[in-house]
Design a protein around this ligand. Sequence first.
Ligand SMILES: Nc1nc2c(c(=O)[nH]1)N[C@H]1C(S)=C(S)[C@@H](COP(=O)(O)O)O[C@H]1N2
Ligand SMILES: [Mo]
Length: 557
Amino acid sequence: MTTSVHAMVPTPGSSRGGRGRGRRPLAALAGLLAAAVALGAAELVAALVGPASSPVIAVGDKAITLTPEPVKAFAIRTFGENDKIALVVGTLAVIAVYAVVVGLVGLRSRRLGALGIALFGLVGAVAAITGPAGAPLDALPSLVGAAAGVAALFALLAPLTAPVRSPAPVPSADPAGHADERTVDRLREVLGSGDRKGAALDRRRFVLTSGMALGAAVVTGGGGRLLQRRFDVAGDRAALRLPTPSSAAPALPAGADLAPGIDGLTPLFTSNREFYRVDTAISVPRIRPADYRLEMAGMFDSPRSYTLADLFERDDLVERDITLTCVSNEVGGGLAGTARWIGIPLAAVLRENGIRAGSDQLLCRSEDGMTIGAPTRSALQVDDAMLAFGMNGEPLPVEHGFPVRMLIPGLYGYVSACKWLVRIEATTFDAVDAYWVQRDWAAEGPIKIASRIDTPAPLREFPAGRRAIAGVAWAQTRGIATVEVRVDDEDWAEARLSPEVDADLWRQWVLPYDFTPGRHSLTVRATTVDGEVQTEARATPFPAGSSGWHTIQVVAA
Ligand SMILES: Nc1nc2c(c(=O)[nH]1)N[C@H]1C(S)=C(S)[C@@H](COP(=O)(O)O)O[C@H]1N2
Ligand SMILES: [Mo]
């Protein structure tokens, strides 16, 4: 297809080359501008329909769903929390390349060019409709965008192949004949027939049309994005007042946080701004507090539903400190964070709905359709498992699941921490696989013991002499008993730990050490309260979480 298309494009130096020189770059530009017009129009319509119906978002979302797990893991590793920006940039880059091809093809055949844009609109429409929360109306932005794109492509290509003005009619010639020829030229121009003898390049008109197209794209695209802010829930969130929990978090012992005295050590609590974020949502679900409903379904004797007010007004609210960890965290990685959460004990909610004995999985559904399967046993038995709506003294940030999410200490987030939670279905692991399990991640995800060196930073030179080696270690629900550090081939040395606050919280550790000048290797390992020593055996995050000791090379000058 590409080769045949290529062959159809006139080569410079052909008989028409004299007039058409430089047309192909302009046609490529026409394709890009037509794409911009299409995307702009789509953003404007998406402002009416909903942000997830925007073709870039919908196609990007689809890409996440369809991307093979190793590629996704690579993206998270490479781009970290910028993985979504990278995906949107990547989607736009693919569209740009496609648009250039459409422009070049369109130069030769308007119909093929139009078909190319229509095809792209179709892809966007299908992606939007079949998205996790897709509705038929979600096709509209892509379709309107494609129509606008085709119109723009025609308008932009016209000046590249404008019919040559016929010489002034010679009195004796048949005037009707000339008119006919011009009409035929026009028709050819519009229909894009291959034969456009005498077509000329009208640069002035091209520049003018390009300017208009660019203007239209910027105004509709920018305007659309602006109007999409009406879906924003930041205002509603700011206006919410968190209820006071009847059971406050246990008071912190004096000196609970070692970070203030040690440069580079992770603070005991992670601010909402600093908290890691991992999810599949390019466009974050935006739920208005007034519209929020939590539905219980499946294996319950008397399933009911809750409004946000129902949840806020309860008298069994708790406040707890919990360290959350992602299964994708590499040894030494930063996908872990600690916050003070406010919520409702999960077991109480499950019991008041009459959870049946046969259920071993809670299929938790997020507003955007993603599912997380949590073990029912853990939900019922793990202390401090909760439906959380407060994080570090504020309503959950929108990126972290506003207004309600689940938390089960001791389990990785992908099997326990459903954000934007709208439905809990009591079911079994046999009956249904949740999103990540469909992608071959382990069905049950207990957090593995982990310890990390935060300071000194690897390979950044520091002056020789005494300095703190420090970091954090976690083994939620079990608790960290000891952390040991090994420098080069010396014996393991026991680090000092921050005071134990709760088994669900990580602990900071610090070991002052006299560094001789030169390169040193540092290794850390932790032991749980119940006596398990962190294994040296390396495992990758896929499919059940990483393991192995964190080792870094440092240089003292
Ligand atoms: N709705 C939804 N909830 C989700 C996810 C998601 O992709 N969608 N990701 C899970 C994963 S893998 C983790 S580690 C935690 C991360 O929570 P955070 O982004 O608040 O740190 O959320 C979990 N909850
Ligand atoms: Mo995760």
